[in-house]
Design a protein around this ligand. Sequence first.
Ligand SMILES: [Cu+2]
Length: 142
Amino acid sequence: MTDMKNKSFLTVVGVIILVFILSGCGSSSKSDGMDMDMGAMTDPITAELSWSPQTAKVNEKVHIQVIVKQKDTNVDKADEVMFEISKEGDSSQHEKVAATNSGDGKFTLDKTFTSAGTYSITSHVTVGPQHTMPTKKLIVTN
Ligand SMILES: [Cu+2]
């Protein structure tokens, strides 16, 4: 009986690990993934997502930016920065766009929304073996 329990426990652990691997945004990591000390020795990266104006208007440009830092240093050589934009309640409006590297740790995207609603914006930031992806809600009004 304990054998059976152990087996199902291992299966659960296996599934959890698999989910973690699959949720890595499909970005190819340049590290071999087995280098345990890499992550521990490197300071974690942070990504600060913001935009202006705070509340957007239909057909008016919104300036989206994410500032990438490692400790207190701006990271201007991120491997990949993508903005994922989706509209709540409308699965047809979903896109993933590469950000423009504006230098000094700033990655930007100018976006004009053509319909009012609540949008979810995620900035996917990859720096070496690290990945961070803050999400915020943007409201677009008429
Ligand atoms: Cu991501």
